[in-house]
Design a protein. Structure first.
Length: 419
């Protein structure tokens, strides 16, 4: 099907989904989860083909994002089942009051309608997005990246089998077959078809959507995430947090890319940091983190000299930009100049430093003595997520069910007319 044919089918299907009650939607989600597990072998075959095709064109950490195994597929199914347990966001009474001339005014949550998601090489986004859209009453139009197309297509085929088993329209979940730039541009300008566009991917994709979309668009998360180690920090706590934020899964948007260290502790702390991220990983047979060091840090430990661009780069790899700063105020200034407003953390025992950081850093998620890796829909109790919004209008941070609804006013009268 062409992109236009898919969009027409999606618009036609949204009325069916809007009429479904919570029990029916939950049954559909359960059937989708069961179908994904039942089709594990088929999904893994297509994923192997995607991995083979991408092997020579993407990095190892990006291949990890693309790779599925039985455990990850089971996790995708469980993510859908987690959404079943969440309250239905549709039809919630947000406010109610009596206004002029005795009119009863109710503000009620409603689906957006058709949500298009443009994303890159993470197959789990396919099932997460479909589940969240269905539970929130929205038809989804998925446009994945070419590296994961076979895998995403197989996941959608499985979920549609689940819908069909209940007699539901398969067009509640749609995937665009064209993975060229043309289809992305078509979705960006699909006025009258797409009610909300959500890009999930790198800086280039997000910028293209924000600059070119004529449909409503939510800016999601390039993550230049920073951890600042204050002069009052517990060193062991700080090293553990940085190690987790940088190395647990470096290819994701909530991984740490920049480390700021107070000058008052730099001479003692930086050798500990290098010992954990570089020497310790080498001794364990793990890939070491490349430390890109500012001039002051280079006087203390060995590493790669940092250029200014390093503090504006989402590496998505085993690379960490390190800078020595005077104090928490300079750390906040640095973050303000270089942040993508995603997730930033302070490691400090001093309450005043914690409070200053939390109140002055303007990001979607601000952490005190914890890893930035927790900025995630599942971790935030949202089941799974549609993306992480770094804007301030309508949605901010991990986007779950509530962020995929809008509202309308229902005004009830008894013959009132306005004079």
């Amino acid at each position: 099907m062409t992109t236009q044919e898919i969009l027409h089918a999606a618009v036609s299907a949204k009325h069916e989904l809007a009429a479904m009650d919570t029990d029916r939607k939950n049954a559909a989600l359960a059937a989708m989860a069961d179908a994904i597990e039942a089709d594990t072998a088929a999904i893994l075959r297509e994923n192997a083909a995607d991995l083979e095709a991408a092997a020579e064109t993407v990095s190892e950490v990006m291949l990890d994002r693309l790779m599925l195994n039985e455990s990850r597929i089971k996790g995708m199914a469980e993510g859908i089942r987690d959404v079943i347990q969440l309250p239905d966001p549709v039809g919630r009474l947000l406010t109610e009051r009596v206004i002029t001339d005795g009119l009863n005014l109710r503000k009620v949550s409603v689906p957006m309608g058709v949500i298009a998601i443009i994303y890159e090489s993470r197959p789990n986004v396919t099932s997460d997005a479909a589940a969240l859209c269905l539970k929130s009453g929205n038809v989804c139009v998925l446009r994945g990246g070419k590296e994961a197309y076979r895998t995403s297509k197989a996941i959608v085929a499985a979920m549609r089998k689940g819908l069909a088993s209940l007699g539901l329209s398969e067009e509640l979940i749609n995937i665009i077959d064209d993975t060229t730039r043309a289809s992305a541009e078509e979705l960006m300008k699909a006025n009258g078809f797409v009610d909300l566009l959500i890009p999930r991917g790198g800086k280039g994709l997000i910028r293209s959507c924000i600059e070119n979309a004529t449909v409503p668009c939510i800016e999601t998360g390039t993550g230049i995430c920073t951890v600042y180690v204050d002069g009052s920090a517990d060193f062991e706590k700080a090293v553990n947090i940085i190690n987790n934020a940088k190395t647990q899964r470096p290819s994701v948007c909530n991984a740490e890319e920049t480390c700021l260290v107070s000058e008052s502790i730099a001479e003692k702390f930086l050798p500990m940091l290098k010992s954990r991220l570089v020497d310790g990983r080498i001794s364990q047979g793990l890939e070491p983190v490349e430390l890109r060091l500012c001039r002051r840090a280079l006087q203390i430990i060995d590493g790669t000299p940092a250029c200014e661009q390093d503090f504006d780069t989402e590496f998505l790899n085993y690379i960490l930009a390190v800078k020595v700063v005077k104090d928490v105020k300079e750390a906040v200034q640095h973050i303000a100049a270089h942040s993508t407003h995603h997730s930033d953390a302070i490691v400090a025992e001093n309450v005043q430093a914690q409070d200053y950081f939390a109140s002055h850093v303007d990001s979607a998620a601000v952490y005190i003595n914890a890893s930035t890796r927790f900025t995630d829909g599942g971790m935030f109790g949202l089941g799974c997520e549609m993306g992480i919004s770094t804007q301030k209008l309508h949605a901010r941070g991990p986007m779950g069910l509530e962020e995929l609804t809008g509202y309308k006013y229902i005004v009830t009268g008894n013959g009132q007319t306005r004079g």
